[in-house]
Structures are given as structure tokens and as C-alpha cells.
Ligand binder design. Structure first.
Ligand code: AHR
Length: 886
């Protein structure tokens, strides 16, 4: 503790260069030994409509369900009654009982999304979505206000629509309005908690109201305002509506506008539109928009969130998804043509993430925003296969032509001349110059033969017409031409720390990688405001490994980027919002530690890597840890389990006939059955024995598979959160591999385990050398990499400034002092810049209440020469910028 305090004091005093402790590390940077050049647009962002990141978030519209389309049934889904749901549940139970849980039709997913009548909306593959409204009857997020003896009704109406793509509107009938009465409709804003409202306004700011209306027998004005729990918080703008009754009894749509100014700040307001007389109003496209948007764009972005994205200085923006692109049904897959043109003519579509997307932020707005960020666009387009994690459907090959054509039209819309068919639409929207779209990803997380066929079709058509477009595939696709692969990584922190070297061994002749979705998504705390310092440092260590291998990793981005703190909680049965890098409510936003880590890395990208060697004075050798057995979704049993030390001394010999003393279990159903140690459920289960200090030994056992989809797990080096195992019959019983924390090390070997057959297993660990035999045959003979120490480092040179940029992550609980040796550098400028992101606990994060608790801190440090000591605080990322002297 004292050491940490002293260190904190030294940081505050700016004396980082004067080491308090003897160096326990050496970091040698060879300025003459260049590694891979780094793409200046290496760090980007992935912007998807998930967790209300766009509608209700970045896109500045404040009214939820402004077009009254939210009660439209999800396209391509059908309604199952409560009886049908019960029958499906019984069938699923029976199928599971017969052991058909895997592979067949997906089991109904926990019956999420059942409505108040017990029914639910399912796609053709029985994937259920959480649409809970009364289709074509409800007016979600709107409510009726009648006070002081007024009487009125509000209903959904589809007669005489404003636009054929937006056929629903709100019919507001006011039958009685006494002098002191009030008849009004109100909107609660995006992601309001039940019984509350969530329209947020800032004191002194202006808000633009607009709506389309038809009126019949209506004499009075309408009044619009935002109200807080204690009354209006803006002015009340009065608008005289012209009663457009025409002889056939209907009236014409007309648009009206007004400006509101907030007299006080309110985060729980509601938008109110009150009638000034009796009569009937049909309302559509009721919008409330901040007058001030990012870069003052009309129909633009919320300034605070947009500015946070701009501060990341992204090199590119991948959009609009993600699963949003593929969706659960072909009908809901993303079609950019629905998203351009006048707002009220844009077709709203049910979203893969369980709400309707408005397309207010359409292709044009995305492109304009990306240009405003100074980034390059990367469009991800539907490839004819819906999301593989839902119940995938494919578009038949003979119906793919319109999809292929939409890729070609997309390029013309973005880049074509202002007089071309699609380029004209862009020019009419306000951007005559091309948007310079150069990157297109064909599909998202698609797979299998179905994807290969559709990818080839799209790739060939696109490259033939636009050879300069850089395409991105989801998989390596043997036999197809692949220019770049988008690889996604969602794991726990250990996985990321343990995979900092994963790209070192990548085949340099394989297509380069784009790590499009990279985030710690487990083991990082619970609640709506997820994320913490541990997650951020783990991502950072992995990203540094990617940067070091910038010849094979060309770009990286986090996912998901944005999340409303209440995103999705408004729907009964909907899952909680997923994690995000930036969280917000109706007024505020904050970045998680991951946000600041990615930002720090993203604004410190060198031009070229420099050879960097980190040597620990007291490096760990061997693979210390206890041992054990386990299963993955499989039942198996083990006997004659023995561990012998290097000298032949028996460290453990298990006679399971006598019990399982000394063993501890984690998951599964473990029992002693007929003298064997049995995991008797088709589950993941692990059992451990021995001592965490064990390093060199030979483990032998016999194993028999009973049932399930895989084979055996032989555990070794289990210490703290780390665990190695020999996975025998991995990947659905197709191969054997040595893994550390589930990441494969070395080569997988094809093989299968038969049920009801005893196998002889032998595993030998000598230092980091591991050999493994199955029935006497040597299957693996590998040298495991040095277990990662707490510190990782990379360095590079920024050609623009000449500075050497050193990045160091210390994930340990102790500070570490390193001797930094800049080989090939004769002298350095005495002042260097340090940026440190750290906190006292790995579980720390920023929150809405403490948005700036963990921020990068900049300081100037004095450097004595090209060889100097520097301390790296516990739990920290440090960036040092040192300038060699000419
Ligand atoms: O980032 C959230 C989702 O995760 C993306 O939509 C999808 O590509 C991935 O499965």
C-alpha cells in the first residue's frame, strides 16, 4: 500500500523518471529495426443500431415512435397463440428428452417476448422476437391526457396515409373540451422506464417541433411543449391549424413547425401536444429535435455523443451492422434503399435488436456524419443469409439479383456523378460531391456453403464494375478470392491477455484481418453500466498484439459502441441492454474505461513498429498449477488417475473406489460410479486435484465417454483464473487440441472419440514442453509460450514528429520499474510526454454519476538519456512519447 501511495505522490510531482525502486524489467527498443508499417486508419468505430445507440441515442430525434409505425407486426414473423406456444414448449421438451437438443430446430428461446396474452411473434425458424404490442392497434410510447372534464380518444388509423411507406398515423378525436379542460397526446421519449418519461431538455437550448396533421371540424390551435413532473419546462408554442376539410369529408396533410426554448433542465420530461378545440386531428411524423446538432447538420446527431465519437479520431466507421444487416428474417434485413429520400417516406423496419428502426439516420446521414468525423466509410451489406445466431434463412440463388444490384447501386449512390440515377439522390439531399466509399463488407458473421455461393456472386459483380472497392469477407472461404477477413472477438479478460501473441504466428500469405468487433463481454461486472479497468486493459494488451502485427491486422474496432442505459428494458421479456463503450440517457453520456483506453491507443498510432524486447528479471518458468479432468457438454468417466513428478515420485494416485477426497468440482454432476469418477450430465464440468505449485510431471488416466457431443478434457496448469487443457474430441468431436483458457495453442490434430470405450491418456509437462499420448500414440508435442507476465509493451515511431511511442500495460497489482533502452538513439530531448490511464482497482469504471473517474492523465516527464528507468503504475496503460535528438 505504502509503495502505491509513494508512487501516486511521485506521479503528482511529475518525477516519474526518478525511479523509486530497482528495475525489474528491461524494455529494449531498437530504433534501427523497423517492423510492420501501421495503417494510419488502424483504429476505427463500428456503429450499429443496437441498445438504441442510434434511434434514441446518436440520432438526435427525441420522440419515440414519431411515425406511429411501432405497432406494425415484425416483418416476416407470425403470431403464435398461447396454445401454440405451449405446444412448441412441449415439443421442445420432448426433443430434449430424446437427446435431440443439438442440431435440430432451435428450441424456443426461453419464450422471450410473450405478450400479455401469452402469445409471441416467431420467424419461420421459430426464433422469437420481443414484439409485445397489439399489432395495428397500439400506439406505443404515446398516451392520452384528458383533464378538467375533457373527453377525447386516441387510436391508430391507416386510412388516407401521409405516405405509402408510412401508412399508420394517430387519430385524435376531441369530443368535449370545457374552458379549463385539457385534451392532449403525450410522448414519453426514448427508453422511458415504466411509468416515467424520458424527454431531456437543457436550460436555454432550443428545440424544433414539426408534425404533419389533417384536421376535420377542428377550430382551435394546438399547443406544444415539454412538461416535467412539475409542469411545463419550455414555452407553450401555439400553432393555428387550418381545417383542411374537403368536400368528400377528408382533409389534406400539412406540415407545421414551432420552436421551444427550455426554461430549465429536465431529464424526465414528456412532449405534449394539446388540442385547442373539439374536432378530429390525424397526426403523423411528430418530431422534436434539438436545434443544435453536431456540426449544425439538419436531421443531425446529438452533439455530446457525436463529440465523444469525434474525440476517438476514428480512421473509419463500419456501419450499419452487425446483426442489424442480416436480421432474423429476409424481410427485416437492412436495405439501404429504405433509408434515403424524404424522412416521412422512409420505410421503418423491425430491428434485429427487438425494436423498430426509423431510418431517420439513413445512408445519407451516416455518410455525412462519417465525413464530418474525418473518417472513411465501411458499409456492411446483406449477403442473402440472415443472422446465424437466430434461425438463419437464405435467399435462393435465383432471387439474389436485386441484392447484388443493391451493392452496385450503393456505390453509385455514394460515389457516382450527381447526374447518375442514384448519385442524383445524394446530390438532391445536399451532397453533390462523392462520399468516397471505398470499403464494403459482404455480409456479417455469415458462414457455410450458402455464404460462399452468395459471396462469390456479389464479389464478382462488385469487382467487375468497381475493381477499386476494397471488399471484406466474414471468413477465409477456401477457393474464393478474399481481400480481407472481418474477425470478431467477444471473450473474457483472460482470453484477451492470453492472446496478445496470437497474430505473431499468422500465415503471412493469408488475407489480412480486420478485427471488426473486439470487446471483453464477460467477467466484467454486472448492471446496465458494464465494463471496468480489467476489461479495458485486457482489450489493450490484445490490441497491442494486433498493432505489433500490423502487416496482417489492418484495422480494429470495438463493439457495440453505444448503449442507452435503459435500452431494451422497456419491453417485457426483453434482455437487458448489452454492454457498450459509451452509455447515455436522455441528457448525459459517459465513456467506460474501454472508451478511454481505445481513445488513448487511437490517438497514439505510430507510423511503423520498432523491435521491442521485454525481459523480466524474475520471469516465471514452467506451467505451475494443479491438474484435473472435465467434459464439454458431454458425459464421461475417469479412473486410474495418477500424477508422477520428474523424479518418479507419485504426487497423486486416485483410487476412486475409495472416493474422491482432495478433488474439487466446478459445474457438471460428479459421482463415483463403479469405481470411476463420472461427470454424468451433458454439461460442462471440471474436477481438480493437486497443488498450484506443481510444474513438471506426467499425468496418466483412463477415460470413457458415455454420451454427448465431445470427448475428454485433461486439465493442467490450473492456477488462479488460468487453465490449460488437452481437449480430446474438441469442436463437436472432430479434433484434439491443447488450449489455454480455451484458446488453441499449436496445431489441432483431427480425431474422434468413440462412446463406451476406455482410452489410455498420458500427458507430460516438462517446463513449457508438453507431450500428449492417446492409446500410446503421440498426438501433440509442443513448446508452450512463456505464460504472459503482468507487463506487455510495444513501441513504434511517429514519422510526422519523429517521436518514439512506447505503450506499456501493467495488469499487475504492483508497479513495475523498467529500464528503457533506446538502442540506436544517440540522444533524446529531455522532456517527454506521458499519458497514464489507471485506477486503484481493476473493477473500477466510470458511471453516469462519476463520468470522469478514470481518465487518461497527461504529464511531462524528464528523460535523462536514451537509457532511463521509468515506473509503470499498477493496473495501468502508459503511453510515453520520447523524441530522439537529431
Ligand atoms: O455487436 C453486437 C453484435 O455482435 C453484432 O451485431 C454482431 O455482428 C455480433 O454478433
Amino acid at each position: 500500500m505504502r509503495r502505491t501511495l509513494l508512487l501516486a505522490a511521485s506521479i503528482a510531482a511529475g518525477f516519474l523518471n526518478a525511479s523509486l525502486f530497482a528495475a525489474d524489467l528491461t524494455i529494449q527498443i531498437d530504433a534501427a529495426k523497423e517492423g510492420a508499417k501501421i495503417n494510419p486508419r488502424f483504429y476505427g468505430i463500428f456503429l450499429e443500431e443496437i441498445n438504441h445507440g442510434v434511434d434514441g441515442g446518436l440520432y438526435a430525434e427525441m420522440i419515440q415512435n414519431r411515425a406511429f409505425e411501432d405497432a406494425k407486426a415484425p416483418e416476416g414473423f407470425t403470431y403464435q397463440t398461447a396454445e401454440q406456444v405451449a405446444a412448441a414448449a412441449a415439443a421442445a421438451r420432448e426433443a430434449r428428452g430424446r437427446g435431440r437438443g443439438r442440431g435440430g430446430a432451435p428450441a424456443p428461446s426461453g419464450f422471450r417476448g410473450t405478450d400479455s396474452k401469452g402469445g409471441r411473434w416467431v420467424d419461420p425458424g421459430l426464433y422469437a422476437t420481443t414484439f409485445v404490442w397489439d399489432a395495428d392497434k397500439s400506439l406505443p410510447y404515446w398516451s392520452l391526457i384528458t383533464e378538467g372534464g375533457a373527453s377525447a380518444a386516441m387510436s391508430l388509423d391507416q386510412s388516407n396515409p401521409l405516405h405509402e411507406n408510412s401508412p399508420r398515423c394517430c387519430k385524435f378525436e376531441i369530443t368535449s373540451l370545457p374552458a379549463n379542460g385539457r385534451a392532449a397526446i403525450a410522448n414519453a421519449g426514448f427508453c422511458a422506464r415504466p411509468g416515467a418519461s424520458a424527454v431531456g431538455v437543457q436550460q436555454g437550448e432550443k428545440y424544433e417541433v414539426s408534425f404533419f396533421v389533417r384536421a376535420q371540424a377542428f377550430a382551435g390551435p394546438v399547443t406544444v411543449s415539454v412538461e416535467g413532473p412539475d409542469g411545463p419546462v419550455t414555452n407553450l408554442a401555439t400553432i393555428q391549424i387550418v381545417d383542411g376539410a374537403i368536400p368528400d369529408g377528408r382533409s389534406q396533410w400539412a406540415q407545421y413547425k414551432a420552436t421551444l426554448i427550455a426554461a430549465k433542465t429536465e431529464s424526465q420530461g414528456r412532449f405534449v401536444l394539446a388540442a385547442g378545440s373539439t374536432g378530429t386531428l390525424w397526426l403523423d411524423f411528430v418530431s422534436l429535435f434539438p436545434a443544435k446538432t453536431f456540426k449544425d447538420r439538419p436531421n443531425g446527431m446529438r452533439s455530446d455523443i457525436a463529440q465523444m465519437l469525434a474525440d476517438l479520431k476514428p480512421g473509419f466507421v463500419r456501419f450499419p451492422g452487425g446483426c442489424v444487416v442480416e436480421a432474423a428474417t429476409v424481410e427485416t434485413a437492412y436495405n439501404w434503399k429504405d433509408t434515403v429520400g424524404p424522412l416521412e417516406g422512409r420505410k421503418e423496419v423491425w430491428n434485429a435488436w427487438d425494436y423498430r428502426r426509423t431510418h431517420g439516420m439513413g445512408l445519407y446521414e451516416y455518410m455525412q456524419f462519417i465525413e464530418d468525423l474525418g473518417a472513411q466509410p465501411m458499409y456492411v451489406a446483406f449477403a442473402g443469409q440472415t443472422c446465424i445466431y437466430r434461425a438463419p434463412e437464405v435467399v435462393p440463388m435465383e432471387q439474389m439479383q436485386p441484392i447484388v444490384q443493391s451493392y452496385l447501386d450503393l456505390v453509385e449512390y455514394a460515389n457516382g456523378p450527381a447526374n447518375s440515377q442514384w448519385g442524383k439522390l445524394r446530390a438532391q439531399a445536399g451532397h453533390a460531391a462523392p462520399f468516397n466509399l471505398q470499403m464494403i463488407e459482404i455480409g456479417n458473421e455469415n458462414t457455410g456453403q450458402a455464404y460462399t455461393q452468395r459471396y462469390n456472386l456479389i464479389f464478382n459483380a462488385l469487382k467487375e464494375k468497381y475493381p477499386g472497392i476494397q471488399t471484406i469477407a466474414d471468413l477465409p472461404l477456401r477457393g474464393s478470392k478474399v481481400e480481407m477477413i472481418d474477425d470478431h472477438h467477444y471473450h473474457d479478460p483472460n482470453w484477451f491477455f492470453n492472446n496478445t501473441h496470437t497474430f505473431d504466428n499468422r500465415d503471412r500469405s493469408a488475407p489480412p484481418l480486420y478485427l471488426g468487433e473486439t470487446a471483453v463481454t464477460s467477467g466484467r461486472g454486472v448492471g446496465p453500466e458494464r465494463g471496468n479497468l480489467l476489461a479495458a486493459l485486457a482489450e489493450g494488451a490484445f490490441l497491442m498484439g494486433a498493432e505489433r502485427n500490423a502487416d496482417v491486422v489492418k484495422m480494429v474496432s470495438y463493439a457495440p459502441l453505444l448503449g442507452h442505459v435503459n435500452g431494451r428494458t422497456e419491453l417485457a421479456g426483453a434482455p437487458p441492454p448489452w454492454h457498450a463503450m459509451i452509455y447515455f440517457d436522455s441528457l448525459h453520456s459517459f465513456g467506460t474505461v474501454s472508451y478511454y483506453l481505445w481513445k488513448t491507443l487511437g490517438v497514439n498510432v505510430p507510423s511503423v513498429n520498432l523491435s521491442t524486447t521485454l525481459t523480466e528479471a524474475h520471469a516465471q518458468t514452467g506451467i505451475p498449477g494443479n491438474v484435473g479432468v472435465g467434459t464439454w457438454g458431454t458425459q464421461a468417466e475417469y479412473k486410474d488417475f495418477k500424477v508422477e513428478g520428474k523424479d518418479g515420485k507419485v504426487l497423486y494416485a486416485g483410487d476412486f473406489a475409495k472416493g474422491s477426497d482432495g478433488w474439487t468440482t466446478e459445474g457438471g454432476r460428479w459421482s463415483i460410479t463403479d469405481g470411476a469418477y463420472r461427470q454424468g450430465a451433458n454439461q460442462n464440468g471440471f474436477a481438480y486435484v493437486g497443488d498450484e505449485t506443481w510444474t513438471d510431471y506426467t499425468l496418466t488416466t483412463k477415460a470413457r465417454k458415455i454420451a454427448g457431443g465431445e470427448g475428454f478434457l485433461i486439465i493442467f496448469g490450473h492456477k488462479g483464473g488460468d487453465r490449460y487443457w488437452w481437449n480430446i474430441g474438441a469442436y463437436g468431436n472432430t479434433r484434439h487440441e491443447i488450449e489455454m483458457n480455451q484458446a488453441v495453442i499449436g496445431r489441432a490434430v483431427d480425431g474422434t472419440i468413440e462412446s463406451d470405450k476406455w482410452y489410455d491418456i498420458k500427458l507430460q509437462v516438462e517446463g513449457q514442453h508438453v507431450r500428449a499420448w492417446l492409446n500410446g500414440e503421440l498426438v501433440h508435442d509442443i513448446q508452450l509460450p512463456q505464460p504472459p507476465g503482468p507487463v506487455s509493451a510495444i513501441a513504434g515511431r511517429d514519422d510526422a514528429t519523429g517521436e518514439i511511442i512506447l505503450k506499456v500495460i501493467n495488469r499487475g497489482a504492483e508497479p513495475h520499474t523498467a529500464t528503457l533502452d533506446l538502442a540506436g538513439v544517440a540522444a533524446v530531448e529531455p522532456k517527454a510526454k506521458a499519458v497514464v490511464l489507471s485506477s486503484s482497482a481493476l473493477t473500477d469504471n466510470n458511471t453516469m454519476d462519476q463520468p470522469h473517474k478514470i481518465m487518461p492523465k497527461e504529464s511531462e516527464v524528464t528523460v535523462s538519456g536514451p537509457k532511463f528507468d521509468h515506473e509503470f503504475p499498477a493496473y495501468s496503460l502508459t503511453v510515453l512519447r520520447v523524441k530522439p535528438r537529431k
